[in-house]
Design a protein around this ligand. Structure first.
Ligand SMILES: [Cu+2]
Length: 174
């Protein structure tokens, strides 16, 4: 009987497409923000055309799109009161592509590198900040102005999907 109830819960959760924060989740997202960015499409297309997906970018995207596009990055602190978890993906409507990145030092040169996951230690926290782990927002589809808010859905290995409202602002300190 208990097993049946559990299965039912899983089914109910799965049927709820855009999942928000579960009350039972041990994870809390604090101090999130994203850098301002400008969508190249607003300069290239009329507003009506911008809302119509006339040229969907596939996979890595077209080189022209990548050249014209603008990038942003989202930062936050993920607090965990439970067992170890991993941030494995993120998505948002305002970006064509979202990647998990870190910054590594190659001698004196700092460069960004894609990572498969960002660890959230048990009873600890993962800090995403400028110069370290971040969520890279590529192929920005609409202008991200200071004061705007974007919906960012984080996918965790154990906790599942959590959607957070991320304000657009300049990083206060490096
Ligand atoms: Cu990056």
């Amino acid at each position: 009987m208990k097993r049946f109830m559990l299965g039912l819960c899983v089914l109910l959760l799965a049927s709820c497409g855009a999942a928000t924060k579960s009350a039972a989740s041990p994870l809390t997202i604090e101090g999130s923000f994203a850098r301002p960015a400008f969508a190249a499409t607003t300069m290239m297309q009329t507003p009506t055309m911008a809302t119509t997906p006339i040229s969907p970018t596939m996979g890595g995207g077209m080189s022209g799109g990548a050249m014209m596009g603008s990038n942003s990055a989202a930062y936050m602190t993920i607090r965990n009161t439970g067992a170890a978890d991993n941030l494995i993906a993120a998505s948002t409507d305002v970006a064509g592509k979202v990647e998990l990145h870190t910054v590594t030092a190659d001698g004196q040169v700092m460069k960004m590198e894609q990572v498969e996951k960002i660890e959230v230690p048990a009873n600890g926290e993962a800090v995403l900040k400028p110069g370290g782990f971040h969520i890279m927002l590529l192929e920005i589809k609409q202008d991200l102005k200071i004061g705007d808010t974007l919906d960012l859905t984080l996918t965790f290995e154990k906790a599942g999907k959590i959607t957070v409202k991320v304000p657009v602002q300049m990083p206060s300190a490096q």
